[in-house]
Design a protein around this ligand. Structure first.
Ligand code: ZN
Length: 83
């Protein structure tokens, strides 16, 4: 039942925003921005996990975009499910 101010030091730990993680995952953002993300995830497991998810999504989006861009590569969809 601590007052919010009692854990005030948490306020100084700013987590990365969704946008920052997304930009990073997509390979965008300026160098300082990317460095900030890297520095933060080095110390913050929470944001590291979030970044992994974003990178996973970004990879999926890229794969999907590539498939759409090259209709010839529409391979067998039925039996290619992941284990
Ligand atoms: Zn964080």
């Amino acid at each position: 039942m601590a007052a919010p101010d009692a854990i005030g030091y948490f306020k100084s730990v700013r987590h990365l925003t969704e946008a920052a993680l997304e930009e990073y995952a997509l390979g965008r953002g300026s160098r300082p921005q990317r460095e900030r993300v890297e520095e933060h995830v080095e110390r913050c497991a929470e944001c590291r996990e979030r970044l992994q998810v974003e990178i996973g999504i970004a990879a999926l989006v890229k794969t999907a975009a590539a498939k759409i861009a090259r209709p010839g590569s529409r391979a067998r969809r039925k039996n290619s499910a992941k284990p």
